[in-house]
Design a protein around this ligand. Structure first.
Ligand SMILES: C[S@@+](CC[C@H](N)C(=O)[O-])C[C@H]1O[C@@H](n2cnc3c(N)ncnc32)[C@H](O)[C@@H]1O
Ligand code: SF4
Ligand code: SF4
Length: 322
């Protein structure tokens, strides 16, 4: 028996965690008590790429970083105290700090997802949950967004990981595609190209930080058609591969999170997100700890992690719309 990639023994070992999750969910449903289920940490403030669509570069400032010992303190004080279930490691490029990844994986066995551009070799961490490898189109379009030869480098690293670590190793690799106006016609092809080497494929939509961002795929005909195609694929053989549930995909046709730059239905509280210095980011994982920084546009948001929760009825930021 396996549930969410976990065997019976592991499920038993983790039972206290499920108890906390159950309490959190009941607390939210019965008393509107908001306690985070997940966490995200920007473990590095450096990246080897400068992708066209990337929010992280928009607010990037200082160069300092936390040591492994300082991250351990953040883990204890921010994440463990709040009994978060899954932790997403982001950045910058998290694989440029494998020693911090190692720390998180040891502290949260089988509960850490590393979101990576895949251009560095992917080590086999014994207790990693999985790598979320970002792929933003077929080769030419991916390279146009992410930089020359990046597709080839990532492809090589993924295939190498699977071939070196055995067929089962493809379970450790999930693909994440951020859909925008440049790549939306390639989604089906990307799925086909990566299916043999990877376990799941998840999509989200580009979230703009400025009005009339040309990378944002507008609500309307083309976006609806793509979402409907994905829903149809789920119903015809891709249910086990495409990780987005149907209710989430439906939401992604339009505005589900908020208005202007204010979250309304978006459950910002459900994911505690810290930046490279361990400071809490607002309003969400793509925001910033600096209140004067550029803000994401909630009204046009396409982020996967929050819309997934809204799709399951976990919603309400607790903030007042302006
Ligand atoms: C900031 S990156 C950090 C991790 C790693 N460097 C990578 O590229 O996967 C995390 C994810 O955010 C996505 N992303 C970047 N800018 C975005 C935006 N404006 N809207 C939605 N997703 C975005 C990236 O494509 C990537 O999958
Ligand atoms: S690799 Fe990731 S963090 Fe770096 S620029 Fe691209 S999306 Fe942003
Ligand atoms: S995730 Fe939520 S808070 Fe962040 S931009 Fe989207 S709607 Fe706004």
């Amino acid at each position: 028996m396996e549930i969410i990639g976990r065997g019976f023994k592991q499920l038993m070992q983790e039972s206290p965690m499920y108890f906390h999750m159950g309490l959190k969910y009941a607390g939210y449903k019965l008393f509107n008590k908001k306690s985070p289920f997940f966490a995200s940490a920007d473990i590095i403030n450096v990246c080897n790429l400068h992708c066209k669509h990337c929010y992280w570069w928009l607010n990037r400032k200082e160069n300092e970083e936390l040591t492994v010992e300082q991250w351990k303190k953040v883990i204890d004080e921010k994440f463990k105290k709040q009994h978060v279930f899954i932790v997403f490691l982001v950045g910058g490029e998290p694989m440029m700090r494998p020693e911090v990844v190692e720390l998180f994986v040891n502290e949260f066995p089988k509960r850490v997802c590393v979101v990576t551009n895949g251009t560095f070799p992917l080590p086999k961490f014994k207790n990693l949950y999985f790598y979320w490898v970002s792929i933003d189109g077929t080769q030419k379009i991916h390279d146009d967004i992410r930089g020359k030869d990046t597709w080839e480098q990532t492809r090589k690293n993924v295939i190498n990981y699977v071939e070196t670590n055995g067929k089962k190793a493809s379970k450790d690799i999930w693909i994440s595609m951020t859909i925008n106006s440049l790549n939306y016609k390639t989604v089906k092809d990307v799925m086909e190209e990566w299916r043999d080497y990877t376990h799941k494929f998840g999509i989200q939509f580009h979230t703009p930080f400025m009005k009339d961002d040309p990378l944002w795929l507008p609500f309307g005909k083309e976006r609806n058609r793509l979402v409907d195609e994905l829903i149809e694929m789920r119903q015809n053989g891709y249910k086990d591969y495409l990780s987005n549930p149907q209710n989430q995909l439906e939401l992604m046709k339009g505005s589900w999170g908020g208005k202007g730059t204010t979250p309304i239905d978006c459950p910002t509280w459900a994911i505690v997100s810290v930046d490279h210095m361990g400071r809490e980011k607002m309003p969400c994982c793509i925001g910033s700890a600096d209140k004067d920084s550029m803000k994401p546009r909630c009204g046009e948001c396409g982020l996967g992690c929050y819309s997934f929760l809204v799709g399951y009825g976990i919603k309400g930021s607790g903030m007042i719309s302006n």
